[in-house]
Design a protein around this ligand. Sequence first.
Ligand code: AMP
Ligand code: TRP
Length: 311
Amino acid sequence: MQRLLTGLQPSGVLHIGNYLGALKPFSEMYSQYESFLMVADYHALTSLRDPEALRANIRDIVRSYVAAGVDPKKAVIFQQSRVQEHTELAWIFECLVTVPFLELSHAYKDKVAKGLEANAGLFNYPMLMAADILLYDTDVVPVGADQRQHLEYAREAAAKFNNSYGDVLKEPQAKILESVAVVPGTDGKKMSKSYGNTIPLYEPKDVLVKAVMSIVTDSSGELPQNVYEIHKHFKSKKELDALYESNKGKYKVLKEALIDDIEKIVAPMREIYESITDADVERILKEGSDRAREYAAAKMKAVRSSIGVTI
Ligand code: AMP
Ligand code: TRP
C-alpha cells in the first residue's frame, strides 16, 4: 500500500471551502492508502498568536475530519508539535538550503509584497513542511494547487539531503486536487478566513443562515451570481439551472434553497461533530501521535547517523 500524508493548519475555523477542497476529497480517498493526517499546529504559529484560539482550532480540525467520515482507526490522525522530530529535521534542511532559495517562496513573497513583516518561521515554513512529508517516506501528498510549490520544496530538500549524505529520504509525489474548483465566498472572491467572507461548516444553523443571507447580490440581471457560484457545489447543473430559471430575481428564495442544500449535507455531519468531546479529541491525537512518532523516530535515527552526529 502506498503511503499518503497531508496536513491542515489550525489557523481558523473551517468553512465550506475547506470542506469541499480538503476534507471531502481526503475522506473519499484516504482508505486506499496507509494514511497520515496531520494537524500542522507549528505551521499555524507563523500566523496565530492566541493560545485559546489555537487550542480550539486544533480540536476543530480533528472533530471536522471525523465528522466528515475519517475513521481514526484507519488513518493516523496526529499533531505535529507532539512529534518533535519534525522541527528537528526542519533544522537540518535549513542548514542545507540557501537563503535565496527560500526567498522564492510565494507565501513569504506575498507577505513581504503586502508590506508586512514576515517572521523567520514563515521564511522557513517550507522546510518544516518538507520534514512533515519526508519523515514518513510519503509516496503521495494530496493538496490544493496553492501548495504545489511547497511540494517542490520538499522534493528539493530530499534531493539535496540525499546528494550530500546518501539515499536516505524518499522524494514524494504531489497529488494536486485539480478537480476541486475554488469555492467563492459571500463577496464572490475566494472563500478564505483572511477575507472574512466564509460560510462556516459546523457552526449552528443560525450562523449558516446569517452567512448565506449576507451573500452580496448586487449582480447584474436576475441571476444572483455569487449565490449561484456557491450553490453549484451542492446541486447538479440541471437541477440548479431549473431552480434559478423559475425563481428569477427572487434572491431570498434562492438563498433559502441554498441553505437547505448545504444543510442536507452538513446537518448529519454537524451532529457527529457535536458529539465528539474534548476527551475524544485528546485520545485520538495521543494515539495518533504515538504511532506517528514511531515512524518519525526510526527515520530520524537514520538521518542522524548519516549526517555524522552519532559518534
Ligand atoms: P487554508 O485554510 O487556506 O489553509 O486551506 C486549507 C485547505 O482547504 C487547502 O487544501 C485548500 O486548498 C482548501 N481550501 C481553502 N479555501 C478553499 C476554497 N475557497 N475553495 C476550495 N478549497 C479551499
Ligand atoms: N501548508 C499546508 C497548507 O497550508 C499545510 C501543511 C503543513 C501540509 N504540512 C503539510 C500539507 C504536509 C501537506 C503535507 O495547506
